[in-house]
Design a protein around this ligand. Structure first.
Ligand code: GDP
Length: 301
């Protein structure tokens, strides 16, 4: 988690500094509170969460009478942590259950970092001594399967794929789950395509993948990959996916490239599911479990 702090603080300090400067300015008039509000909104915290944080802080400041910088910092930390919801269960289902591999479906719009996330997650799981099988169910682009296979080779795990561009993604997903069961793997990670230009196609395709996998095995985890830099647009995309499949966790990628870390709060609130992993760069080691306290520390550093 030290790395989460280091990576985030580089881009996110602006938020913490701006907020603390405002709050510690001593003159907490309406204008100052509005600026605090704007700063939180600019960080993509969302309207509801921003209103709650500001209302709570106002009350605490009023009750205390005098404003001490350290005290305000502590309050801000507490209020933001509350918004990040530290009690949510953020474990990933990646161990055998009932004598079969766990099945993890990874969904999201193309370009958000899905394939990269599958590769990085495989690496994390292999480091935990897990047997992993990858499924390249993004058959729309042949290059996607190649990209996943490259990750597989790098990490040392097999990739189930089709050589035919446009092959049935549900069939590839089915084969991956079958392959995982036969080799007694711990977990099967399935990459999918995410073409959003045609919402009903996307829903049909994901729905079919889900149905076909479930003929063979329950799906234990559906991870939705969202690009943190896409803000409100990303939230709208998230809703479309949540309609198509039961999302159980969110992976927020590219947090290294944005000062809009507040999106963590907004997306959890909107979907009611936890952010489980965060992407902090393009390299193989740049995926971390999401740690709420470290995250808030990084934002306020
Ligand atoms: P997909 O189309 O959703 O499978 O997306 P890819 O996995 O191909 O990733 C798209 C681009 O985003 C690639 O250039 C990745 O290296 C990059 N990327 C993925 N995750 C991260 C991240 O956490 N941080 C940064 N900076 N780049 C990322």
């Amino acid at each position: 988690m030290a790395r989460l702090r280091e990576r985030l603080s580089r881009s996110n300090t602006a938020l913490g500094k701006a907020l603390l400067a405002l709050l510690a300015g001593g003159k907490l008039d309406d204008e100052a509170w509005e600026e605090v509000e704007d700063t939180l909104l600019q960080a993509d915290l969302g309207v509801e969460a921003t209103t709650e944080v500001v209302d709570s802080l106002k009350t605490r400041v009023q009750v205390a009478g005098v404003v001490d910088e350290d005290e305000v910092r502590g309050w801000l930390h507490e209020e933001l942590l509350k918004q990040v919801n530290p009690t949510m269960d953020r474990r990933i289902a990646a161990s055998r259950v009932d004598g079969r591999p766990a099945v993890v479906l990874v969904v999201g719009v193309n370009g958000t970092g899905k394939t990269t996330t599958v590769g990085k997650l495989a690496r994390v799981l292999v480091a935990e001594d897990k047997d992993v099988v990858l499924g390249a169910a993004d058959t729309f682009r042949a290059a996607a399967a190649d990209q996943l296979e490259t990750w597989g080779a790098r990490v040392g795990v097999p990739t189930v794929r089709s050589d035919r561009e446009g092959a049935d993604p549900a069939a590839v997903a089915f084969d991956a789950v079958k392959g995982g069961a036969e080799s007694e793997a711990d977990v099967v990670l399935i990459d999918t395509a995410g073409r959003l230009h045609n919402k009903s196609n996307l829903m049909d395709e994901l729905g079919k993948i889900k149905r076909v996998i479930e003929k063979q095995s329950p799906i234990d985890e559906v991870l939705l990959v969202l690009d943190a830099t896409t803000g409100q647009n990303g939230l709208r995309q998230a809703e479309v996916f949540a309609e198509a499949v039961d999302v159980t966790g969110i992976v927020l990628t590219k947090l290294d490239g944005t000062a809009k870390g507040g999106i963590v709060v907004a997306v959890q609130r909107q979907l009611g599911v936890p952010v489980k992993l965060v992407g902090l760069g393009e390299g193989p080691d740049d995926l971390a479990p999401f740690d709420p306290a470290a995250f808030v520390d990084a934002v306020l550093d």
